[in-house]
Design a protein around this ligand. Structure first.
Ligand code: NAP
Length: 279
């Protein structure tokens, strides 16, 4: 039976360090959080981020805009926040309503305030390995691996999913740690053949049950990034948990695995932004 990787406990431990560091700065770091519309899941994510800010001694500025907000209105707000020296980080909760071009918004955020690390400037730094903001979910996964003394170096790492926010940057961070990385997606011819080779398997698909026990090598480390809902509305990941946990050496639970670590890295990035602004 696998060891359960406790992201909740690790995030709590690391938050204490962030809080202490924030308290030592000449002013509190500040994160502007923008939510457009009333998507219930997004509302929960935003509330959680604001709660994390409070716990970390980070000032959060919440902006709730109605669902009919125009692209120009949102760009206008971002411009104001870009030019406000008391704001260190700007986060626009995705997805955005259809009338707003997501890419345009991401590009409008000043790279030194782009604490989600979605701006192409920051993505480029992730690709080249330069210092900069780390992508929240993949960096959270790497923190979790470090905490459990799991090195990617020389390991076969298989990432399922190739989105810009999870799959691709996850593959890059594993590669940076000298993993031998394969990226799978919906067109992968034989997913099970790929996943069975993994020493470290990261699943970021968003489909409940896509990873079954027979797709996992004995002793593999399995990181389940997904946040799905079962028939009862309960949060669950991509893995058939009991089957996969039977085979794996380590596994992340959903909830309580990667999710809290993603939130933690956002706080780390906001602190890093403030430190850069305060020099
Ligand atoms: P996404 O943009 O929908 O990407 C999903 C990826 O999975 C795509 O690359 C897709 O391939 C691939 N895929 C779909 N069906 C597949 C299949 N049957 N076999 C293999 N690959 C398949 O999703 P995302 O934003 O990356 O998020 C993925 C999951 O992680 C979601 O459940 C999301 O809620 C969760 N998430 C969790 C956190 C956290 O903090 N825990 C953070 C972000 C996201 P194609 O590219 O070919 O379409």
């Amino acid at each position: 039976m696998a060891i359960i990787m406790d992201g909740k406990a690790l995030a709590e431990k690391l938050r204490a360090g962030i809080k202490e560091e924030c308290g030592r700065l000449p002013r509190r770091p500040a994160l502007a959080v923008i939510l457009v519309g009333e998507d219930p899941a997004s509302q929960v994510y935003v509330r959680n981020k604001e709660k994390d800010c409070t716990e970390c001694n980070i000032r959060s500025e919440g902006y709730r805009l109605d669902a009919h907000t125009s692209e120009d209105q949102l760009l206008g707000l971002i411009d104001v926040l870009n030019n406000n020296d008391l704001v260190d980080g700007i986060l626009v909760q995705l997805p955005l309503p259809a009338q707003i071009d997501q890419e345009k918004i991401i590009h409008a955020i000043r790279p030194d305030k782009d604490v989600d690390a979605f701006h192409p400037f920051n993505v480029g730094k992730i690709v080249t390995g330069e210092a900069g903001f780390l992508p929240c979910t993949p960096a959270g996964v790497m923190e979790l691996l470090r905490e459990y003394d799991i090195s990617a170096s020389g390991k076969r790492c298989v990432v399922v999913g190739r989105s810009n926010i999870v799959g691709k940057p996850m593959a890059l961070l594993l590669l940076r740690e000298n993993g031998t990385v394969t990226v799978c997606h919906s067109k992968t011819a034989d997913l099970a053949e790929e996943t069975r080779r993994a020493d470290i398997l990261v699943s970021a698909v968003g489909k409940r049950g896509v990873i079954t026990g027979d797709m996992v090598k004995d002793g593999a480390v399995v990181i389940d990034v997904a946040m799905n809902r079962d028939e009862a509305g309960k949060l669950c990941g991509d893995c058939v948990f009991d089957e996969v946990a039977e085979k794996a050496s380590y596994i992340t639970p959903v909830p309580g695995g990667v999710g809290p670590m993603t939130r933690l890295v956002l706080m780390q990035n906001t602190l890093a932004a403030a430190k850069a602004h305060l020099v």
